[in-house]
Design a protein around this ligand. Structure first.
Ligand SMILES: [Zn+2]
Length: 247
């Protein structure tokens, strides 16, 4: 048996253990999908939203009495008609392939639309799979069609749950946003601090939310559905990951 084959089998066993661990606990009977190429740093990609939102409440952070919807429905393209959950998974699957090509191990919180995974559960799945960073892919919506550009969200140093992750998350956000905007030409709206995101507050590793552009802006919306533009989005995010890990 080749070394490579035995590593793959060992890795498959590890995945089974993760699944078994989930199955044996009261917490979600759900495990993130880990790519079968064990190499390099482990990156979790969380494609925002899913085909249907779920307004059932869950705690906004560990021990929090503030409750928020498990997962919201997201926005949609006012010009293309594409839903945010479709765009985020489309880009996420391409990013998964690109990061694997660059030697990363990729954890996906979802690879289909028809799931029901809360923001808390997505963060827990990333931790259970040993992810070193989490990139949450989203797109923005605004009342005015004029709003455009990309934003990255990170926790502040005053976050009651993940203050220790604030500095590396802000660095990750800067790197991803810089790589993304350099490659795409998308307007850089900067890093915004947020302590109200359930998917950030439950995180156990540096995390960023990349709002890739405004689906309510005709130009951003059409660009983000263009395959060539999507290729530059993927290259840019992957460049940001390389930058973060000092490659
Ligand atoms: Zn979103």
């Amino acid at each position: 048996m080749s070394v490579k084959k035995s590593v793959l089998i060992g890795f498959a066993a590890a995945i089974l253990l993760i699944v078994a661990a989930f199955a044996g606990s009261a917490v979600p009977a759900y495990a993130a999908e880990v790519s079968a190429v064990p190499a390099g740093h482990i990156v979790c990609i969380d494609p925002g939203h899913q085909s249907r939102g779920d307004n059932t409440p869950e705690p906004n952070g560990p021990g929090s009495s503030v409750m928020k919807a498990r997962v919201t429905g997201g926005t949609h393209g006012t010009t293309t008609g594409v839903y945010e959950y479709q765009l985020t998974l489309n880009v996420a699957l391409q990013l998964q392939a690109e990061l694997q090509k660059r030697g990363y191990t990729v954890v996906m919180t979802r690879t289909t639309h028809d799931v029901n995974i809360s923001n808390m559960e997505r963060a827990q799945a990333a931790a259970a799979a040993g992810a070193e960073i989490t990139i949450r892919l989203h797109a923005d919506g605004a009342g005015s069609p004029a709003a455009s550009g990309a934003t990255a969200l990170a926790p502040s140093a005053a976050n009651p749950y993940v203050s220790a992750l604030a500095a590396p998350s802000q660095l990750l956000s800067q790197d991803i946003l810089a790589g993304y905007c350099n490659a795409t030409g998308m307007k850089n709206r900067g890093v915004q601090l947020s302590d109200t995101m359930t998917g950030i507050n439950w995180c156990k590793m540096p995390v960023t939310i990349l709002e890739m552009g405004f689906m309510t802006n005709p130009s951003d919306d059409v660009n983000m559905e263009n395959p060539a533009y999507q290729a530059s989005m993927v290259t840019g995010i992957a460049n940001g990951v390389d930058l973060y890990f000092g490659k």
